[in-house]
Design a protein around this ligand. Structure first.
Ligand code: PEP
Ligand code: MN
Length: 638
C-alpha cells in the first residue's frame, strides 16, 4: 500500500507509523517526492487500510493494485535513476554497456575495454561464469576473469558488470563488480534473486526466455524486496516460433514496462538477434523506442571468440553505432551518458564556498534566463548535477558571475542550426580577455505551446516567446491569425510571465520542462517548423582555472580570434598557415571591431589533432596577425 503523509508530518509521527506497520511485518520504504512524501509498505500480512489512515500524520492510504509493489509506477511516479560510480542510468540518458560475451584473457579484455571506452561506452560487460547450453562449451574464467576485468575497467574508467549464476558467488563477485547481471536463464531462480538482492548493489535483470512482462517485474520485485532499489531491466529477446533470429526482440516491452514501472529499461540486441548485422538496426530501434541504455557484445576478434562470436560487433562497427546513436538521441530528447568529462576530483579540489553555517554550497554554473531555459537544460546535459545552475538576467551577467567567482563556469548559446551565430556572445568573449572556452554542448530545440490547462489554441489572443522562438514556430502560428505574436526577452521567462498572469487567452512558446516548472500545461507539443533545430553552447570559465576545471579528455578543438593588417591577402596568409599545419576549420566568422569602423576580427573554430602542432601554428598566426588570442581549447564529440 502507499501511505501518503501529511505535508507537515513530524519525525515522531513518521516513527510511530513505521513502528505500527513493522509490527505487522510490513517492509517500509520512504520516498520523498517533490510534491509529497510517501511510505511504501509491502508485506504478506493484511491490515485494514482504515486503521492506517487513522494514524496521525497520514493523509491517505492507497492500495497498490499490481502484484509487484516496489517495482510499480503506482508506488513511485518518478523514473528511478541508478547511479553506478560516476555514471547514471535512467532519465534522459542512454547508457551503453559493451564488451565481450566472455572474458577470455587479459589481452582480450584490455583491448576491448580500450576500444569500447574510446567509442563512448560507460560500462564494461563480460561473463566470467558462462551459462552455456552445452556442458562441453567454454564455461568462463571464474574469479580470475573478474579480477582482470576490474583492472581493465579501472584503467579505462569503466564500471563493470558480469553475470552471477549461483548464490555461492555473490560475496566473491561483489568485490570486483559494480553491477550484478542476472541472466535470462536465471530470471526466476528466486533463491539467487534473494541473495543478490541482499547484496544491495545495482542489478541488471535480463528478461527470461519465455517470461511475460509481469513475471519479469515480479522477479524485479524479489530483488527489491530483499534489499536493492537499483534494478535495471534488460529486454534481450524472447523465444517465439520464428527461427530466423536467435530470439524475437520485444521492443514493445519498453513502453509497456515504462508505464508499469519506474525502473530503467535497457535492451540487449546481441542476444536478441544472435547475428552481427541485425544488432545495429535493432540497437537504433531500441533507442527510438525509448530504451535507457543498450548492452552490446563487442569483441576485438569475433572470428575466434570463445562464445557468441557471430553476434559480436567488430570495434569499428561499435564505434559507428555509437556515432549513429549520438545523432539519433536528441530526436527522442536524450543524450548518451558519458564518463564525466569533468573529473569530479578536479571540481572538488576547487574552493567550495561556505554559507556560514555547516551547509556547504555546490559550486555554481551561470546561465542566461530563468529556470527551465534551454541554456539550463544544456548545462544539466554537460555537468549533470555536479554544479548548481545560477540564473542570470543578461549574457553579460553570466560573464560577471564567472569573473567575480560567484559561478565556477558559465554557459552561452553561440550558434543555432537555423538562425545562425549569436553574435552578442562572440562580442562578449572578445571583451573578456580572462575568460576561456572549455567545452561545448549541443541540444535539440523542441518548442511547445504552453498555457493554462484546458485552453484550446484557437481561444488564444497572445503568444509570448523570444523572437527566435516565435520565428521558429511561424508555420504553426500562421494557422491562428488572431493570435498576436509578442516578443519576450527569453522563452522560459515568457512561460513564467504567462503563469503569473493566469490568463487563459495567453500562451508561451518554450521547452517542455518550463511547463512543469511554472505549473502550466502543454497545449501542443512540437510546434517548431523545422524539427532539425539545434543550438550549440560554449562552456566558459576564468582562464587561470581552465586547466583544473576542464580536466578530462584531450581537447580536439581550438577557438581563435584575430585581426589582420589592412593589406591584400592578409586573411589569406592566416588561412594558409592553418592549411599548412593541417588545421581543419569548422567555423569562420567575422565581427566588426568596436571603435574601429569597417575593421573586422575573425573567429575561427578548428579541429586540433596534436597540441604541439596547434601551438606552433598559433605562433605563426600571431606573427601574421595584428591581434591574436586563443579563446580556448576543448573536447567536442561532433
Ligand atoms: C549474456 O549476457 O552473456 C547472456 C548470457 O545473456 P542472456 O542471459 O540474456 O542469454
Ligand atoms: Mn553472450
Amino acid at each position: 500500500m502507499i501511505i501518503v503523509l501529511n505535508k507537515n508530518v513530524s519525525v515522531q509521527q513518521k516513527a510511530n507509523i513505521k513502528e505500527f506497520l513493522e509490527k505487522k511485518n510490513f517492509q517500509i520504504r520512504e520516498i520523498a517526492g517533490e510534491e509529497e512524501t510517501i511510505f511504501g509498505a509491502v508485506g504478506i500480512s493484511r491490515v485494514d487500510l482504515r486503521e492506517v489512515e487513522l494514524l496521525s500524520g497520514v493523509a491517505k492510504v492507497i492500495p497498490i493494485s499490481r502484484p509487484y509493489k516496489l517495482a510499480s509506477r503506482e508506488l513511485k511516479k518518478e523514473d528511478t535513476i541508478v547511479q553506478v560510480s560516476k555514471i547514471k542510468i535512467g532519465g534522459n540518458r542512454i547508457a551503453v554497456i559493451a564488451g565481450p560475451c566472455a572474458v577470455e584473457s587479459r589481452e582480450q579484455i584490455f583491448a576491448i575495454a580500450k576500444s569500447v571506452s574510446e567509442a563512448g561506452a560507460v560500462i564494461l560487460r563480460g561473463g566470467a561464469f558462462k551459462p552455456r547450453t552445452s556442458p562441453y562449451a567454454f564455461q568462463g574464467m571464474g574469479e580470475e576473469g573478474l579480477k582482470i576485468m576490474k583492472e581493465a575497467g579501472d584503467t579505462y574508467g569503466l564500471a563493470i558488470t558480469s553475470e552471477v549464476v549461483s548464490s555461492v558467488y555473490v560475496d566473491m563477485m561483489a568485490k570486483y563488480i559494480d553491477i550484478f547481471q542476472i541472466g535470462a536463464r536465471n530470471m526466476q531462480n528466486f533463491e539467487l534473486l534473494k541473495e543478490v538482492g541482499r547484496a544491495g548493489k545495482p542489478v541488471i535483470l535480463k528478461r527470461g526466455l519465455a517470461a511475460t512482462i509481469e513475471e519479469w517485474l515480479m522477479a524485479a520485485e524479489y530483488l527489491m524486496a530483499h534489499g536493492t532499489d537499483d534494478v535495471i531491466l534488460c529486454e534481450r529477446g524472447i523465444r517465439t516460433f520464428e527461427p530466423s533470429t536467435r530470439n524475437t526482440l520485444d521492443l514493445s516491452a519498453i513502453p509497456v514496462v515504462k508505464k508499469l514501472s519506474h525502473l530503467p529499461v535497457i535492451v540487449d540486441p546481441s542476444h536478441a538477434t544472435g547475428l552481427r548485422e541485425k544488432v545495429i538496426p535493432m540497437a537504433l530501434a531500441a533507442v527510438a523506442a525509448g530504451a535507457d541504455g543498450l548492452m552490446i557484445e563487442v569483441h576485438n576478434n569475433p572470428d575466434i571468440a570463445l562464445s557468441d562470436g557471430p553476434q559480436s560487433l567488430y570495434p569499428e562497427q561499435f564505434e559507428k553505432l555509437m556515432r549513429d546513436i549520438q545523432a539519433m538521441a536528441p530526436v527522442v530528447g536524450k543524450s548518451i551518458e558519458k564518463i564525466p568529462y569533468y573529473q569530479t576530483a578536479s571540481i572538488e579540489s576547487l574552493p567550495v564556498k561556505d554559507t556560514g553555517g555547516s551547509q556547504q554550497l555546490r559550486q555554481k554554473a551561470a546561465f542566461q534566463g530563468v529556470h527551465g531555459a534551454y541554456s539550463e537544460i544544456a548545462l544539466e546535459r554537460f555537468f549533470g548535477d555536479r554544479l548548481a545552475a545560477k540564473p542570470c538576467k543578461q549574457f553579460a551577467d553570466v560573464f560577471s558571475a564567472v569573473m567575480s567567482g560567484e559561478a565556477l563556469c558559465g554557459i552561452l548559446p553561440v550558434e543555432n542550426s537555423l538562425a545562425g551565430t549569436i553574435n552578442d556572445n562572440f562580442d562578449l568573449l572578445l571583451r573578456h580577455p580572462d575568460i576561456s572556452v572549455i567545452g561545448e554542448q549541443q541540444i535539440r530545440i523542441n518548442h511547445n505551446l504552453i498555457g493554462v490547462e484546458g485552453t484550446k489554441p484557437e481561444e488564444l489572443t497572445k503568444v509570448f516567446s523570444h523572437p527566435q522562438g516565435l520565428a521558429q514556430c511561424a508555420e504553426y502560428l500562421d494557422k491562428f491569425p488572431n493570435i498576436e505574436r509578442t516578443p519576450f526577452f527569453d522563452t522560459a521567462g515568457a512561460v513564467a510571465y504567462v503563469a503569473e498572469q493566469k490568463n487563459p487567452k495567453f500562451a508561451a512558446i518554450a521547452g517542455k520542462k518550463t511547463a512543469e516548472f511554472y505549473g502550466l500545461s502543454i497545449l501542443k507539443e512540437g510546434v517548431e517548423t523545422n524539427p532539425r533545430n539545434y543550438t550549440r553552447f560554449y562552456i566558459i570559465t576564468r582562464e587561470e582555472q581552465a586547466a583544473v576545471v576542464s580536466g578530462g579528455k584531450t581537447p580536439n578543438r581550438g577557438v581563435l580570434v584575430f585581426s589582420t593588417p589592412d593589406t591584400p591577402g592578409a586573411l589569406f596568409t592566416c588561412l594558409k598557415i592553418m592549411a599548412d599545419y593541417g588545421l581543419n576549420m569548422k567555423k569562420l566568422e567575422s565581427r566588426p571591431i568596436h571603435g574601429s569602423p569597417w575593421e573586422y576580427m575573425f573567429f575561427v573554430e578548428t579541429e586540433l589533432a596534436d597540441m604541439a602542432v596547434f601551438t606552433e601554428a598559433c605562433g605563426k598566426l600571431k606573427e601574421s596577425s595584428e591581434t591574436f588570442r586563443i579563446l580556448g581549447t576543448f573536447y567536442s564529440d561532433r
